[in-house]
Design a protein around this ligand. Sequence first.
Ligand code: AMP
Length: 290
Amino acid sequence: MIELDSVREMRRWSRARRAEGGRVGFVPTMGALHEGHLRLVDRARARADATVMSVFVNPLQFGPHEDFARYPRDLARDRDLAERRGVNCLFVPGAAEMYPTTPVVRVIPGPLADHLCGPRRPGHFEGVLTVVAKLFHAVEPDVAVFGRKDVQQARMIRCMAADLDFPVEIEVAPTVRESDGLAMSSRNTYLSAADRVRARRIPEALEAAHARFRSGLASAAALCQVVRNALAEDPAIRIEYIEAVDPDALAPVETGGADTVLALAVHIGATRLIDNVALGDGLAGDPRVP
Ligand code: AMP
């Protein structure tokens, strides 16, 4: 595995792979790698001849009171995990390389940010799309793989690639979960042991709504209430939002269908966690890691 920290070198490396006739796969991350990230690498490797992973904690996507400073960083561990999983190139640009000056022109998500996390994290998705656009220009991938865990982000990136003519295929991989169903996240490391136990209620609540949907309950408000009631059993879980939206526009629906996305954000202690399922699927298709 080669490690690069400059945009110029990254582009040169990627162009050399393509000049050899190879396809370049790309997995952007903020590091603190877990099995969820590594499954994206598996997907990229299956679709390409050379796989690039970026590790960059993007300051542009954090709000002033969010966890940028304390976001977990462990490059030595990430390097080891990435190499062992078959990443060919680790792209680790510093903040000064990505943002020699604070970008004035940015990519805006439009109405895709009107619901779910959008209104609760002003500027977040603008920061995400801007850095992903820049990373796409640095890596020039043929295929890029994102996680369904961040369903709103994945949808926006797909739309950005289509709307702005990025010549890249966007692939979205299922949410990888811990053995008890909790979606893997770098932020799970913030949870105390007691809060980690509490967090099991999140997948359980989503699964409860899925079960009610399967047995005939279709009202989106009622399905969200099922989730709310399941979470409310633990007063230490603070609900930020629970919404049922359509998978394309990410706008709220009144009646749930199989592809309706049921998504939530909660706070447990100082940790903000998100998760989602498609009503028709529930957690069934999501791989679990022992
Ligand atoms: P992050 O490092 O959290 O910015 O995530 C980098 C990529 O990994 C994004 O495409 C995420 O959606 C994806 N990802 C994070 N957690 C998971 C998970 N549990 N399962 C699948 N993909 C994930």
